[in-house]
Design a protein around this ligand. Sequence first.
Ligand SMILES: *Cc1c(COP(=O)(O)O)cnc(C)c1O
Length: 235
Amino acid sequence: MSDRLRTVERNLAAVHDAMATAAAQAGRSPDDVRLVAVTKYVDTDVVRDLVAAGCRSLGESRPQALWEKADALADLDVEWHLVGHLQRNKVRRTLPAVQLTHSVDSTRLLQEMDREAVNLPRPANVLLEVNISGDAEKHGFAPANVREVVERAEKYPHVQVCGLMTMAHREGGAEVARRDFAALRRLRDELVDRAPPNVRLDELSMGMSNDYPQAILEGATLIRVGRALYEGVPD
Ligand SMILES: *Cc1c(COP(=O)(O)O)cnc(C)c1O
């Protein structure tokens, strides 16, 4: 076994331990939280190590990089998640490659996904990205606008909304992040009753390397972890 694989395995085990600890603290089953391993920092050799170590859900933040990695790793039994901004002109090529798009941030994008998903054997699974912290440079719907998007989602019958996604405030550390995650969960709880049939709000995608335990405490079902998996892995 290579040193690099051993390092990746050790990092992954540490993340799984921390996930289990946070889930236990929250009185949740560890099976209710899924790790999406974000691979944007590493090349396909390291991704192969991650998969050998047991990761099945992989995430990329840029569509082009996702296409390239998905093609290069087509022999592996994995599912891809797009976690970053999707431009409308990249929808056609992205949809067949991904299991879930975490980062739908406009109704124009929803419309385009609905149009393209007509050609898929299944609906396009998406999360609505919410700019819960209000950072000007962040993508995502303003919290006040999400209600309207949910209520009108029947206009996009080929899209299945599965939940909400957010990125925590950049500054302030884990406790500020936890407040943001709690706000996303409350928003979801408020919207559940208004959801039309093609909207389920079961999934909450929140938490990255610095704050995934806090996200699990606040109800995350998907965490998106990159850097923590590559500590000690040479570039
Ligand atoms: C890069 C990225 C992550 C992973 O962040 P780390 O801090 O490396 O864990 C998660 N979500 C999104 C949207 C990202 O772009």
